[in-house]
Every structure is written in C-alpha cells, then in structure tokens.
Design a protein around this ligand. Sequence first.
Ligand code: ZN
Length: 170
Amino acid sequence: MSLTLDVFEIARTRQTVEGTLELDEMPELAHFIQALEGSLKFSVTGLGIVERLPAASLSFEGTVVMQCARCNEPVSVPVSRELVFRFTKTEAEANALPLDEEGDDEEVIVGSRSLSVADWVQEEAILSLPAMPLHDDCEMDYENTWSRLKSPIPSPLSPRSSTEPEHHAL
Ligand SMILES: [Zn+2]
C-alpha cells in the first residue's frame, strides 16, 4: 500500500516523515528514465504557517539512469531538490492567490488529508530531470561507440585512403 500524508496535520505539528520510494511506485517517472539506481530518498517536514498558509518542505535525492543524448548509452544522473509547498484547502483558494507569491523553489498546491507521497515526489522528480542528459566525458564514449559499431560507412575520422599506400608490397 502506498504512503499517503495528511499535509495539514504535518504542517501543524511540524513533524518530519522520511522514507524511500521504488520506481514501480512511480509509473509516471518510469516513462522518462530507464532505471532508478537504488531507491529515491524523500523527506517531508512541516513548517507551521508560512505567509498565512500551512506549509511543508519536500526534499528528495536519488540517482536515475537515462539515455545519453549524444551516444545513446545509459548515463547515471543524480537528482535532488528541496522545495517549500504552501497548501490551500480548495482550488478556488489557490486560484485567488496572486501568482507572484510563488518563488522558484516554492509552490502553492491544493492540500490533501491523504496526499500520495509517490505521486507528489515523482511529479517534482520529473521536473528536475535534465532535458539533455550527457556523460561528463562523452566525446570519448562517442568515438568508442562509433568504432564498435563497425559501420560500413567510412568514418571521416579515419579515411580508408590514408591506409592504401601500405597495400603495395604484396
Ligand atoms: Zn554519452
């Protein structure tokens, strides 16, 4: 059974809830990545009332495996984020708030007494993924991949014509 949180109670009591999530609990995230290395650690801490609304911080940390945008081989990408959420009771209340009250790492959402942690974390994890995951040293990987493929198309990096003069003696 997946974990749900009463975010209003967490905010009020300032409690901390920590745990781990596996990829099979986060099917939306699974669309975007190849695998999760280990599990995703999360921590939710109630912050009392922040600017008139109940609030909590959410942080998560893990390593995902994505496809390198340059060489198409798997690449490990660390993901971590810490955000502050303020909770309204209704959609109308959220819509009534001025937009400029939200910062980069702060969001207002409609709170719930049974918010799915997996849904909450996977949504923020997806937003934290790089658009172009790349190996740090991918230039080298790219050349290795190229020669491993043994493509029939001559590589511009090693033109066949340069080896032809060595065929003469036979
Ligand atoms: Zn690469």
